[in-house]
Design a protein around this ligand. Structure first.
Ligand code: AQP
Length: 335
């Protein structure tokens, strides 16, 4: 981060390479990342270490990490403007995570609802990493002295814990960490599954028809929207109990910029079939530039490598300042 940029507030966000990013990840995170890099000193990471809390196939994970990095750039994140890196390339994350684990209480981790949810989903692999995940997340944030962290509802509790850990550490050892604030994006819809609109759209969902990936071909996108679960009513109208239609309207509104009122007017005398086709076509068109950028980037492995190596070097320099301070504070001897 340059001297001039350093005056801006620091914002940090990460995304797990647990699959190809969905339209939900795009609308809820990546689209905002691009906007935020103008006003903030942004740090964006591919959270590959976090993805190990669920069993991954190594060959697939390797490919997903690179693909995820390329998608982030394809969406418009500029590695010259934002610190863009792969978490495991910056060893300070694991190191600070250990120190923070020793400053986090078992009871605090045991209260995390995501741990309970994920344990229920992965009953055959309730590993210690799944339990201590929030300490690693705290390290991710505190290493960069982030002022702000964009959070969806599911990460609110973890950010609260990060704040508690930072405050506790500062009280015990003297001021070390910036205590981060949540950043609530101005526009940020929660995109729901196309096959079950009561469930969040997720990249690791087993049902391929439940999500749109950023890289799906236009004909696939249109087909998936045609299959989207709606209701037995016939009206394109945003209303309670019409979760499927509400979800499609929210997606359509984000990609076209049209208000719900305008959408209802435009589809007044048309059926769900026409509406679903319109949503599919609009999404396919909206994602076209990202898909085209991605195809260009993923074919240029040398450029990607250059970007993630430079990102790792810059991130590591920054993170090391914090870690050195922490090691000194807790009483370790400098090498
Ligand atoms: N459906 C969604 N709508 C809006 N925002 C979403 N995000 C995820 N799904 C939606 C946002 O994407 C960012 C990165 O999320 P993540 O990869 O760290 O993990 P996640 O939230 O658990 O995303 P997935 O797709 O559901 O991953 P899996 O299937 O691996 O658990 C976050 O900012 C998140 O809010």
């Amino acid at each position: 981060m340059s001297e001039v940029q350093e005056k801006k507030k620091i914002i940090l966000s990460g995304i797990q390479p647990t699959g190809v990013f969905t339209l939900g990840n795009y609308i809820g995170a990546l689209k905002n990342w691009v906007k935020l890099q103008e006003d903030y000193n942004a740090a964006y990471m591919i959270a590959d270490m976090h993805s190990l809390t669920v069993r991954q196939d190594p060959a697939k994970l390797r490919q997903q990490i690179l693909s995820a990095f390329a998608v982030v750039l394809a969406c418009g994140v500029d590695p010259n403007k934002s610190l863009t890196f792969i978490q495991s390339h910056v060893h300070q994350h694991a190191e600070l995570s250990w120190i923070l684990s020793c400053n986090t209480q078992f009871g605090e981790l045991n209260r995390m609802t995501q741990f309970k949810d994920k344990s229920a989903k992965n009953a055959d692999n309730i590993n210690a990493g799944l339990f201590t995940y929030p300490s690693l997340m705290a390290a991710d944030i505190l290493l960069y002295q982030a002022d702000l962290v964009p959070v969806g509802a599911d990460q609110k509790q973890h950010l609260e814990l990060t704040r508690d850990i930072a405050t506790r550490f500062n009280n015990l050892y003297g001021n070390t960490f910036k205590v981060p604030e949540p950043y609530i994006p101005k526009v940020g819809a929660r995109i729901m599954s196309l096959s079950d609109p009561n469930k969040k759209m997720s990249k690791s969902d087993e049902n391929q028809n439940s999500f749109i990936t950023i890289l799906d071909k236009p004909e696939v996108i249109i087909k998936k929207f045609k299959r989207a679960v709606t209701d037995s009513d016939m009206e394109v109208r945003y209303a309670e109990g019409k979760d499927g239609i509400n979800n499609l309207m929210s997606i359509y509104s984000v990609v076209t910029g049209l208000s719900y009122e305008q959408i209802e007017k435009d589809f007044q005398s048309k059926g769900y079939g026409d509406f679903k086709t319109a949503v599919g076509e609009a999404v396919a068109e909206h994602l076209r530039p990202v898909r085209e950028n991605y195809e260009r980037l993923i074919a240029d492995k040398a450029y990607l490598e250059q970007c993630y190596k430079l990102g790792a070097e810059k991130a590591s320099n920054f993170a090391n300042r914090t870690l050195t301070k922490v090691y000194k504070k807790v009483g370790f001897i400098a090498k």
